[in-house]
Design a protein around this ligand. Structure first.
Ligand code: ZN
Length: 319
């Protein structure tokens, strides 16, 4: 489950990162990061229930007499809680110390990957060991320059392999902020990823595309990898005709965000096709936006690089 932290993507074209520190870090690959870990609790129903409630996961596999634990709970069974495990090895602490001493004093968790080998069930006793799997060359990221350190934890249940949890951090020296030149604030950029790239391609051609499940034909917005209604992963798109109404709205006064000029209305538009999207209404003052107001799709350049779908209040509807 990748969850990159904004600003940690390595910037291509930076200097080769195979420096002296890298050579010393590299020697730690394959060494123990933590050994002999034992889960503080057996796999148990109350923790599973709390997890499912927090995640809003109602999958019936996680309740009842034959319940299994959600696979993504893998790491939860290894966590030490506030009092910790004290489980970091001397080698791992040395590696972190080496980075601190070389000036890479900040740390951010960047992502984790898990593999599941067998389901976990209430009553399973969890044990685990972790090793330092890899250290990257020196990379320059939006946060600063540093090294990615990946640890790999092998998780066992009743002594049998149950899963693998890879965890990656960036140990870095924070970037020195330039004080002299402060660029004018710009609207936040949309996060374009493989799940929604088609939507933004559509916007660039002035088409507002809605995903449609190929299994059950349910329309969905915002874009998601699978269908909420039936779980099908196949989809195509339909283009919104452009009509809609204001389903709900808020008027933002505080807190102020750079590049936004409060007060302004943030609206939830219900498209004619039935799905809803968050946007802005143009052509009407914020205090005349009303629920039920008919609106029509437009595309608006908010700066020289960013064009967004917005909705224009239809003449005479401002109440
Ligand atoms: Zn479906």
């Amino acid at each position: 489950m990748p969850s990159p932290v904004p600003g940690t993507e390595a910037v291509p074209g930076t200097e080769a990162g195979r420096d002296d520190v890298y050579a010393r870090l590299k020697a730690y690959e394959g060494r123990v990061a933590g050994a002999g870990g034992v889960g503080k609790d057996l796999v148990n129903e109350p923790m599973i229930r709390h997890w499912c409630e927090a995640m809003g996961d109602t999958n019936p596999a996680y309740t009842g007499a034959d319940a299994i634990a959600p696979p993504t709970m893998l790491q939860a069974w290894t966590m030490g809680g506030l009092s910790g495990h004290g489980g970091r090895s001397a080698a791992y602490l040395e590696l972190l110390g080496l980075l601190d001493d070389a000036g890479y004093t900040s740390v951010v968790a960047t992502d984790c990957e898990q593999e599941y080998l067998r389901p976990l069930r209430p009553g399973d006793r969890i044990t685990f060991d972790a090793m330092i799997e890899s250290v990257s060359e020196r990379k320059t990221t939006g946060l600063g320059t540093g090294y990615f350190v990946t640890t790999r934890m092998e998780v066992r249940a009743g002594g049998e392999p149950a899963g693998t949890h890879r965890f990656r951090i960036l140990k870095y020296a924070p970037a020195v902020r330039e004080r002299a030149v402060v660029p004018p604030p710009r609207r936040p950029r949309p996060v374009v990823n493989r799940d929604n790239t088609g939507f933004w391609e559509g916007v660039s051609r002035h088409h507002l595309l809605i995903q449609r499940c190929e299994g059950c034909r349910t329309l969905r917005f915002p874009w998601l990898p699978g269908c909420n209604a039936c779980g099908c992963l196949e989809w195509d798109t339909v283009e919104a005709a452009g009509g809609g109404t204001v389903y709900s709205y808020v008027v933002m006064h505080h807190p102020p965000f750079p590049a936004f000029d409060p007060p302004y209305a943030v609206v939830l538009v219900e498209l004619a096709e039935g799905v809803r999207m968050i946007s802005n209404v143009v052509g009407v003052p914020h205090d005349r936006v009303r629920i039920g107001m008919p609106v029509r799709l437009e595309f608006e350049w908010v700066d020289e690089e960013l064009e967004l779908p917005v909705f224009r209040a239809i003449e005479g509807s401002g109440g």
